[in-house]
Design a protein around this ligand. Structure first.
Ligand code: SF4
Length: 413
């Protein structure tokens, strides 16, 4: 299990397959955060969890708690390879396939040499899915799940302008195909090439695909649009005849007491009492799935309880629209305290604007792997350059000046 040093102590990453966390495991994570670290828990933009402020003398205890809760890897060196992103609404069928992929990757010791950042996506065509994160290898269900289209070093094509899928394979061949692709990557990549895009820039896609068997009749396939707003609010899960309630953690953070309370909520609203689970999402939010059969009222009640815990449930809530990296309190590279500045910016954001705003302490943009409408890139403590997409529109603004700028452009729009 990876515990890396950060400005505020050890940073422990807990990988959740498909973002899923049982209520029991959530309580164990809350306990670990309290006893081994500062109590701060983060939901990452890969739907994993991070615990901050882990003391040097608490690493072994943390690993023991996580493993006892079923959150450890099958092989000690296979922790990082569990990077398979799913939709938070992935079906049991998709989750079962992802579990088989993760199992095969962990069982193949040669693949443990992959970079911790090497990332896979398995898409079942769900209406809520993160389509903006590039992945080293993505696979998307087509033909009612009988086959999977795939692509390398990018995102699924959504419009005619996007690069098409590289090919397709039968569902039964997915696990073997994934391991073959990753082994080929390791065989061809130089020690400096950690990601698929690095390798393809040198050898080209055609050469990489040369040695693989797949169908090529998917150049016209495009991924149907998804709706990120479905991560918030109460919605039906039609294929399961249940409901879910979704809410945003403010700036991706929870404290241990809130995670305990979420676990209690998951248990009390689960269709079978005590069988609760949470699903973390790549928007750093959380879903309470499996709420009683056809029970919209229970889902709305769950939503109220999530609001009472301080989570945002409306897409217009400032904390549903703001993301910020660890900032100077947690990262030595940061030029500003982005989290504290985001808290100052929240009440100043124009109401009824749905544009997302990202505060980044440096150019690495850890908090946003997907394009964000507005970025405030730190220059110095409390001062930011304002970008719309990739275009810089103002320099060296205070938080109040940035808020004024955003309000003005919202009024002009
Ligand atoms: S974006 Fe930069 S400052 Fe922020 S956490 Fe990442 S490396 Fe640190």
């Amino acid at each position: 299990m990876r515990i890396v040093p950060a400005r505020d102590g050890g940073l422990a990453r807990l990988r959740l397959v498909g973002g899923e966390l049982s209520a029991h495991a959530a309580r164990a994570v809350a306990h670990a955060a309290r006893t081994c670290g500062s109590g701060v828990i983060e939901v990452t933009n890969r739907a994993n969890l991070q615990l901050r402020g882990i003391r040097d003398d608490a690493h072994a205890t943390l690993v023991e708690i996580a493993c006892d809760a079923g959150l450890g890897p099958a092989a000690a060196s296979g922790d990082d390879i569990r990077n398979v992103m799913l939709s938070p609404l992935a079906s049991e069928r998709t989750r079962a396939l992802a579990a088989r992929i993760v199992e095969a990757l962990q069982a193949d010791a040669a693949l443990h040499a992959l970079s911790p950042k090497f990332a896979l996506q398995l898409d079942g065509g769900e209406r809520l899915a993160m389509l903006g994160h590039p992945h080293d290898l993505w696979l998307a269900a087509i033909d009612d799940g009988a086959r999977y289209a795939f692509g390398l070093a990018g995102t699924m094509p959504r419009s005619a302008a996007d690069a098409p899928a590289s090919g397709a394979i039968a569902r039964g061949d997915v696990v073997a195909f994934v391991t073959t692709v990753l082994r080929r990557f390791l065989a061809l990549a130089t020690p400096e090439e950690h990601r698929m895009r690095d390798l393809l820039a040198r050898v080209g896609v055609a050469h990489f695909l040369d040695a693989l068997n797949f169908d090529t009749d998917v150049t016209h396939w495009r991924r149907a649009p998804a709706d990120a707003s479905l991560r918030l609010g109460a919605h039906e899960e039609p294929q399961r005849a249940t409901w879910y309630a979704g809410a945003q953690t403010p700036l991706g953070r929870l404290d241990a007491a809130t995670l305990d309370a979420l676990a209690d909520l998951a248990d009390s609203f689960a269709a079978r009492h005590g069988d609760g689970r949470l699903v973390m999402t790549p928007w750093q939010s959380v879903l309470l799935p499996g709420i009683g059969a056809h029970n919209a009222r229970a889902a709305r009640e769950a939503l109220q309880r999530l609001r009472a815990l301080g989570l945002a449930t409306d897409p217009h809530d400032p904390f549903a629209r703001l993301i910020a990296c660890a900032g100077s309190a947690g990262c030595a590279k940061s030029r500003a305290d982005t989290k504290a500045d985001a808290h100052r910016l929240a009440p100043l954001l124009p109401a009824h604007d749905a544009a997302n705003v990202h505060l980044s302490g440096c150019e690495r943009s850890c908090a946003a792997a997907h394009p964000v409408a507005v970025t405030l890139l730190a220059r110095a403590p409390g001062h930011y350059d304002l970008y719309r997409g990739e275009r810089i529109v103002a320099c060296n603004l205070t938080i109040e000046e940035a808020a004024e700028r955003l309000a003005r452009s919202h009024a002009d729009a």
